[in-house]
Write a protein of this length. Structure first.
Length: 729
């Protein structure tokens, strides 16, 4: 008889307890069929987390298959902890993005901190040393006290973990919209560097090889975290606060250094981070990838307190833990290493030839499951989608007060400078950061070389909601332009697909159409998808977030020398590259004037994107230009304002555009500053003004003019978020 008091097999079935764990009646019956018997409490818990949306992608897997995952630079694509891309000289860049949305909604500081910790361990488990962090964040409007609390907590959590572990945060994006009320999105990305011969895989093979646990002792925190991430948020979510894990960056730092030392040992067979679904996913997935079985002796698992049951051990998502398989007879070598780093560790099992996942506690069997069906046979659902019909309004954008629109936009937190957040992050720890957060992609030198890795993370939720197919292409293209703007050659991308419930036809169609657009962009821009994450069921009280696919992209700079003189100066000429049209669907001016997305026609020419990007990059490489930035949210008027403010320079510009087009968000455009005595030989490039040493920002068209002191411009752009956060309402 079990020493742990748990529901019986009969109670599980009769009371349908599996439903509370996230399994449907049909899925329960599939488990019965796989086992050839009814599951016990530990077994049904294991299936519930492994078959959750968060772990199995059961609604999104068909869409993920569209993405190109191979290319000339790709060394390892999806399926491991992170993607690996060659950068020459026997070196590679390792990167991935993950979501921690639901935990951050319940406990913002720890939700964000553990999101950062988890993505760092994904990179380290491949054997790479992290060199940079990025994040993509979404919140409701800061006019709400709840949203201010969530924003403040998340930013503190990101800084609190990343700063302590010693990895710079070099880029990111933050937006605010009431569609994220109570359901913030917290997507964390990490980038690392590795030598080819050190690349690790999460595999368990070699009969009799020991399984080693290392890191924090297992507690009851995070139990059913993967399931929690796969359901809508509701009033009951507050009661699930125990599902939020607690991070410990100081242990995380020790674990990182110990892991990077362990990968130099030739006796290491495989290693995997204990992330979502904890010990369950790491051990069962390693066995599946190794074509082996695994037997864990759970009484040997280091635990934080007495009486933790096998069910709790296997489903706990206690942070800062890794699982290793090593060659038989060498386990003490690894245990000594971890002891040296002051980490708890233990041999908790061995690899078998049974192809079964067996768990015992003091010789009593608590689970006996075939490995392959558990890891690979989660149900896949292909549902019916339906595009929602929209009545397009006759929105007008030319009969506007240009100065009023400009002032409101630069004071909105989505447009305003994000220094409020970035100043809480260590941007230069490690001394290799070349370009910090603010206006462009982050750039970090590859230590010991003249190369650098440029990285960016972007999302265009309003565009995707406006037109999912075209919007999906635009998300990828925006990240691409950000890398081009610093002279990098885009290599590959990772993505995080944040959507509402796929069981709703409209949202399922959004997922279908937008991923199709993303896949097409990946092909044409030659940026294969090498890793990623899916986060569905982002709904609060029945209201869905905007469809928010987020793209993280990395690029290579072969020689960083040109960045020594890559900064705009007074008297240099400003060009706008690309034609401006009446593109307002999903734009910030549309939101400001009309609140809702009007679903206006929008499109992007990806072939033009590639050609223009090549020309821009060539101009940077030849030293013709001193600054490039993509024209993004708010249009050319806001882009010029950010240029003036970021570099604290005066600016005079005259544009042959209508009032509305000053704020149009036409795709594939760049602001380019050309060095004195240089010419910009790019088609569709028009000289629009110059930078000055006078402290005045001035742009005008035929009918309007915006003019203000740069000090006033800075005060508004850089102070808008801080001003919102001071509100007592």
């Amino acid at each position: 008889m079990s020493k742990f008091l748990e529901p019986s097999i009969e109670e599980i079935e009769q009371e349908r307890l599996y439903r509370d764990m996230g399994l449907s009646d049909e899925e329960y019956q599939k488990v019965v069929s796989i086992l050839g018997r009814k599951p016990n409490f530990t077994e049904i818990g294991i299936f519930s987390v492994m078959w959750s949306e968060h772990c199995s992608y059961k609604h999104s897997k068909p869409f993920l298959k569209q993405f190109p995952t191979t290319g000339e630079h790709v060394l390892m694509g999806p399926g491991e902890g992170a993607g690996v891309v060659d950068i020459g000289d026997n070196q590679a860049v390792v990167f991935k993005v993950e979501s921690h949305n639901h935990p951050s909604a319940i406990e913002p500081y720890q939700g964000a901190a553990t999101g950062v910790g988890g993505i760092i361990r994904d990179i380290v488990s491949i054997g790479a040393r992290p060199i940079s962090l990025l994040n993509s964040l979404r919140f409701g409007e800061l006019t709400s006290k709840t949203n201010r609390r969530l924003f403040s907590g998340v930013v503190k959590g990101i800084g609190g973990y990343g700063n302590c572990i010693g990895i710079p945060t070099v880029a990111g994006e933050i937006e605010f919209d009431d569609r994220y009320d109570g359901n913030p999105l917290v997507n964390a990305m990490c980038v690392g560097i590795i030598e080819h011969d050190k690349i690790q895989k999460g595999t368990a093979k070699g009969i009799g090889n020991p399984v080693i646990y290392v890191g924090l002792k297992t507690g009851r925190d995070g139990i059913h975290g993967a399931t929690f991430a796969s359901e809508e948020l509701s009033e009951a979510s507050e009661s699930k606060r125990p599902s939020v894990q607690i991070g410990d960056p100081f242990v995380g730092k020790k674990l990182m250094e110990a892991t990077l030392e362990a990968i130099t040992y030739p006796e290491l067979v495989g290693i995997q981070d204990m992330g979502a679904a904890g010990l369950t996913s790491s051990s069962s997935e390693m066995a599946a990838k190794g074509g082996s079985g695994i037997h864990l002796h759970l009484e040997k698992v280091p635990t934080r307190e007495e009486g933790i049951s096998p069910y709790e051990m296997m489903l706990s998502e206690t942070q800062e833990r890794m699982l290793l398989v090593v060659e038989k007879g060498t386990e003490q070598k690894f245990l000594d290493l971890f002891d040296h780093h002051e980490l708890d560790s233990a041999v908790i099992g061995e690899v078998t030839d049974t192809n079964r996942f067996v768990l015992s506690y003091e010789d009593e069997i608590y689970a006996d499951i075939p490995v392959e069906p558990l890891a690979d046979e989660a149900p896949v659902y292909i549902l019916e989608g339906k595009a929602k019909e929209h009545n397009q309004e006759d929105n007008q954008y030319n009969d506007i007060d240009v100065n009023e629109i400009f002032t409101e936009l630069i004071n909105h937190p989505t447009i305003a400078s994000k220094h409020y957040a970035y100043d809480q992050y260590d941007q230069q720890v490690g001394a290799n950061t070349i370009l910090k957060p603010g206006i462009n992609a982050g750039v970090v030198r590859v230590e010991g070389t003249n190369k650098a890795i440029a990285s960016t993370i972007d999302g265009e939720a309003r565009y995707v909601y406006n037109n999912p197919y075209e919007g999906g292409k635009m998300v990828v293209a925006e990240a691409y332009r950000n890398l081009i703007s610093v002279g990098a050659q885009p290599l590959a991308m990772t993505d995080c697909l944040n959507y509402g419930s796929p069981e709703k036809k409209e949202i399922y169609q959004q997922l279908s159409d937008s991923t199709k657009g993303m896949a097409e962009a990946c092909e044409l821009l030659n940026t294969p998808v090498v890793s990623g994450n899916v986060s569905l069921y982002n709904e609060t009280k029945g209201t869905s977030i905007f469809p928010t696919p987020v793209v993280g992209m990395v690029g290579l700079i072969d020689d960083v020398s040109y960045l020594n003189d890559f900064k705009p100066k007074e008297q240099e000429k400003i060009y706008l590259v690309g034609e401006t049209q009446d593109d307002f669907g999903g734009s910030q001016i549309e939101k400001l004037l009309y609140k809702d997305v009007n679903h206006e026609p929008s499109s992007i020419d990806l072939k033009k994107e590639v050609k223009r990007g090549s020309q821009i990059r060539e101009s940077i490489k030849t030293g013709t230009v001193s600054h490039v930035q993509s024209v993004g949210k708010g249009g050319i008027a806001i882009g010029l304002a950010k240029l003036s403010s970021h570099f604290n320079l005066g600016l005079n510009a005259e544009l042959d555009l209508t009032d509305g087009q000053l704020f149009s968000e036409t795709q594939s455009r760049y602001i380019v500053v050309v060095k004195e005595e240089q010419d910009l030989n790019i088609e569709d490039a028009v000289e629009i003004g110059h930078l000055t040493n006078e402290q005045t920002f001035s742009i005008k068209n035929k009918s309007s003019q915006i003019s203000l002191d740069t000090s006033k411009l800075n005060e508004q752009l850089k102070g808008a978020i801080a001003q919102c956060m001071k509100s007592k309402v």
